[in-house]
Design a protein around this ligand. Sequence first.
Ligand code: UD1
Ligand code: UDP
Length: 371
Amino acid sequence: MKIGIIVGTRPEIIKMAPVIRECKKRGIAYFIIHSNQHYSQEMDSIFFKELELPAPDYNLGVGSGLHSNQTGNILIEMEPILLQEKPDVVLVQGDTNTVLAGALAASKLDIKVGHIEAGLRSYDRTMPEETNRILTDHMSEYLFAVGPNQHAILAKEGIDSDKIFTVGNTVSDSLFQHLDISASTSTILADLDVTSGEFFLVTAHRASNVDIPANLLELLALFDKLHAKYSQTIVWPIHPRTQSKLKEFSIELPSYLKLIPPIGYLDFIQLQKHAQLILTDSGGIQEEACLLGVPCITLRENTERPESIEVGANVLVGRDAVKALAAADKWLASDAASFSWSNPFGDGHVAETILDIITNSVPNTLEEEII
Ligand code: UD1
Ligand code: UDP
């Protein structure tokens, strides 16, 4: 059996890492295709290094671009590689343009697609990721759903239940595998001169929040109100998309916002773990905050991760400062030690389960050929 593993962006590298490691451990034949949708050192190679991943076998070098352009370029570059490598299964993770293009390229060649993190739905079709998720799910032979909600969503969309496997999220594998090493190696709190439990952590990169000047300003006004009330330092490892929009719109930021470039995973885990509150529009960070027991305020009107809200770890506020303050008030009035909720995102052994499923159902073509 041979597995083609496709990655393209920061979260895909982080969440695919446990699958790559498990393939290596089991001696399964695999190859990695990196679209290079993310390419800046701090969005790309730092994660290969920190997570001790082998260099991609193929780097498509597509970089940034308009949606169809980027998706189309990945599709074009991917096809000859898949034709040559002839994998039995191609694995994609998440909802990026790389995921859609990878799944489509494989599907057109009649190669089985395994979608890790299948069945997430925000029900917001203005979000490019929602289209990517839906189309990828409907092209997949193996739908690795995070939990029962996603299983039900997929079944309701008419996907054969035999193809749906409820396995959890590989975000739990990555996080649990790197918590200790991050605690022992990261010096990020000292480097930033912040104290555990005494700062807020922010990230924002959704097109809906940062591409429209009025929306970005509304978000900054929310941070202003939060700072006016709590006087906390707000640490903001800024996504390159957001950085470029601040520049394009000539927006200056106040000094209480501790702006830093995107940081590595080991440092970011520590920042999350020691933040008093996390404010984010990221998908993966909603999950990690929940796993780490840190309250999350989600800067979106909807989420495809409602489980973190259901267990009491997350609140949706959009860009509404009143709602954000109400959420912060509630959490800051409680003892941080009391933040404990059940974990809806997996047991840290999700990649193992995924590979058990694939290896049990895909015939070992190599062995068959030898026989
Ligand atoms: C992409 C995904 C999003 C995911 C996010 C993870 C899509 C449609 N979007 O959004 O789902 O949550 O990655 O971070 O697939 N840039 C750089 N260096 C880089 C990468 C990007 O400078 O390495 C800048 C460029 O100005 C680029 C912009 O960021 O135009 C946006 O990059 P892009 O990959 O198109 O979208 P993301 O916002 O990163
Ligand atoms: N992350 C990181 N450094 C940062 C910001 C985020 O390592 O400066 C990690 C974070 O721990 C999570 C992932 O990147 O695992 C989330 O990526 P992002 O928010 O870009 O994408 P999304 O999850 O929204 O698709």
